[in-house]
Design a protein around this ligand. Structure first.
Ligand SMILES: *[C@@H]1O[C@H](CO)[C@@H](O)[C@H](O)[C@H]1NC(C)=O
Ligand SMILES: *[C@@H]1O[C@H](CO)[C@@H](O)[C@H](O)[C@H]1NC(C)=O
Ligand SMILES: *[C@@H]1O[C@H](CO)[C@@H](O)[C@H](O)[C@H]1NC(C)=O
Ligand SMILES: *[C@@H]1O[C@H](CO)[C@@H](O)[C@H](O)[C@H]1NC(C)=O
Length: 359
């Protein structure tokens, strides 16, 4: 083999290696949360972190700047992306669109997310919420100790029963980062930009409005004469559920250009959306049939909920095509007993379970 060929092979090997280290060259930021990417963001040296920020092609300049300002922010943003995907998939597990992701594509949620639909609205809102959540939690844990920690600005309200103390989660810091980082991708002069900005804000408000006060008793021998309280993040699942309600009641809006560019409800008969509502510009596809151009999987083969009249029920989820019922014999451990000493002995119980699968 000549020198020339060796060079080509080394080059090819380098390109292969680069594309496995930098899977994000043709991608969107949600990829930072993939199991294939997230571990590679942990424990980077400050120099490597900075380089990674600059080389992440899907970051806009403002995002690169923010990313390099911190030396440990990438895995936290990645965690935010992962939380967003997980919560979305939980909320939509029994919908026609089930928040499928396509790890091999450059757009994580497939081309269907390029439709400016209420599903796209949900993705943006839960993402902005999840990034605010992940940053806030990192502040409390001390993972970003140079920049944030507990919320010390919380008002010193004093009552006879309780006072602020302990470590309150600094949701304001998390929100501020989420806003700077995610809103940087949007152009407020376009319809889509305004839609995304609105839904990002609604997502962040869904976290803020659910902050919880937690208290601990103090006082002579557990008398609880005084309580120390701090503010805590809500479970993210509660935020995802709240946003799902907003998704169901999302407002259909259109772009208007008067003195100022803005979004207005399509019909004056509908309620004007406030800042906690989700808004969308385009109606959703039916999601019933497979469409490879849009990366819609269709609902054939999906499990449906027999007896439900809702979207998870066999009638709606299967789009009127009907369903098949499969009877499965399942074996489970049962009647387990502890036997001295030291084992647990179980019987095997057999039962039949029915499963309903869309045609
Ligand atoms: C994603 O890939 C498609 C083709 O594979 C390309 O047309 C599109 O511009 C890419 N999108 C981004 C944001 O890079
Ligand atoms: C915004 O509108 C929703 C209904 O879409 C309502 O439940 C909520 O209370 C409103 N929020 C504010 C701050 O007015
Ligand atoms: C997929 O959707 C696109 C856009 O709505 C449409 O033009 C196309 O005909 C659809 N393809 C199939 C196979 O249904
Ligand atoms: C979504 O539905 C498809 C079938 O349409 C299934 O293959 C996939 O596992 C589901 N995804 C999730 C996250 O439930």
């Amino acid at each position: 083999m000549g020198r020339h060929n060796v060079g080509v092979i080394v080059l090819a090997a380098t390109v292969l290696w680069m594309s496995s280290i930098w899977p994000c060259t043709k991608a969107d930021w949600w990829q930072l949360g993939f199991p294939t990417t997230l571990p590679s963001l942990q424990n980077l040296s400050p120099a490597a972190h900075k380089e990674r920020c600059m080389k992440t092609e899907f970051f806009v300049d403002k995002q690169k700047e923010l990313c390099t300002k911190y030396d440990k922010i990438l895995p936290i943003i990645g965690n935010g992306a992962k939380l967003a995907i997980d919560e979305c998939q939980n909320q939509f597990a029994y919908n026609r669109w089930n928040c499928t992701i396509f790890p091999d594509k450059n757009n994580t949620f497939g081309n269907v997310a390029t439709i400016q639909s209420r599903e796209a609205a949900y993705i943006n809102a839960i993402s902005a919420a999840s990034v605010a959540y992940a940053i806030t939690r990192a502040c409390t844990k001390g993972d970003l100790s140079e920049w944030c920690s507990c919320d010390n600005k919380i008002r010193q309200k004093k009552t006879t029963k309780w006072k602020w103390g302990g470590c309150s989660d600094d949701i304001r810091y998390g929100e501020k980062f989420s806003k700077e980082f995610l809103d940087a991708m949007e152009d407020p002069n376009t319809a889509l930009g305004l839609m995304n900005l609105h839904n990002n804000e609604a997502g962040r408000r869904a976290v803020r409005s659910r902050m919880q006060r937690t208290c601990k008793c103090h006082g002579v021998s557990g008398s609880c004469s005084m309580q120390i309280c701090w503010r805590r993040l809500p479970p993210l699942k509660k935020v995802a559920e709240g946003l799902y309600k907003r998704y169901e009641g999302a407002s259909h809006v259109k772009f208007v250009e008067r003195r100022r560019k803005k979004l207005k409800v399509v019909s004056p008969d509908f309620k004007k959306p406030n800042r906690t509502d989700l808004v969308y510009l385009e109606p959703s596809p039916a999601y019933c049939e497979k469409n490879d151009t849009l990366n819609i999987l269709g609902t054939r083969g999906r499990l449906c909920n027999f007896g439900s009249e809702g979207i998870d029920g066999c009638s709606l989820l299967c789009c009127g095509r009907g369903y098949q019922t499969r009877v499965k014999d399942v074996e489970e451990k049962c009647n387990c007993q502890f036997v001295w000493c030291c084992k647990v002995v179980c019987n095997t119980c057999r039962s039949r379970k029915e499963e309903h699968v869309c045609n």
